[in-house]
Design a protein around this ligand. Sequence first.
Ligand code: ADP
Ligand code: MG
Length: 248
Amino acid sequence: MTSNVKIAWKSVSKRFGEKIVLDGLDLEAHEGRSLVIIGGSGTGKSVMLKTALGLIAPDKGHVEIDGQRVHPGDPSGPGLAQIGMLFQSGALFDSLTVWENIAFKLIKAEGVKRSEARERAIEALGLVDLEAGVANREPRELSGGMLKRASLARAIVTRPAILFFDEPTTGLDPVTADVINRLIVRQVKSLGATAVTITHDMASMRMIAHEVAMIENGKIRWRGGLDGVDDCADPAVCAFVQGRSVDD
Ligand SMILES: Nc1ncnc2c1ncn2[C@@H]1O[C@H](COP(=O)(O)OP(=O)(O)O)[C@@H](O)[C@H]1O
Ligand SMILES: [Mg+2]
């Protein structure tokens, strides 16, 4: 691997009550590459992303972005500022129009004027193949697929160097999922972003991944290229990908 390390989880541990979720997890995501994380439900995949965002504080260890330590809860730190995130639920604020949702970070965090932010939101809608007319609609008026696109537009509108996708196709029909996967691949490429995607959708994994990492018992059990997945380089990865003994 010759590319630079963009994000590094360094011996990250996190427990909730008695439950050890992350147990000294080490992982690196490389600049401009797309890493897909797989693993059973409740194994700490979303928690992992939240430690990089600074939304969850590790009990031990830390996360570095560009060699800078992420300080949990610090909105000006290296995490939140340069990461665009597509949440599992895709949740948009119901009380705001689609363009206000997309422009939220531009206006609140970057101080962009409303008129300019609206233009940039409409531009971002175009990038996910939604027409400008959607801008003034309310989230509840959109279909599931359109909501996902709008959420993707929100993730990319700041042109972030890092994109996190947490189960971007969960709950979508296969055709809509395929559209979302294509849009993700297109945006990651055009931004040259470092992407980290959590998915249970093996078609998604195949479209999106340069590399795959599997989490198990709070650690990265295996990491490698798609060829390693196909060659069954690790029995647990193999079982997961083939849909055997998966706990969800
Ligand atoms: N804020 C929290 N408080 C308590 N428990 C949590 C919290 N966030 C996650 N957990 C627990 O941590 C475990 C891992 O969660 P998560 O990372 O969401 O799993 P997944 O791999 O499915 O994304 C789960 O058992 C979940 O209930
Ligand atoms: Mg999750």
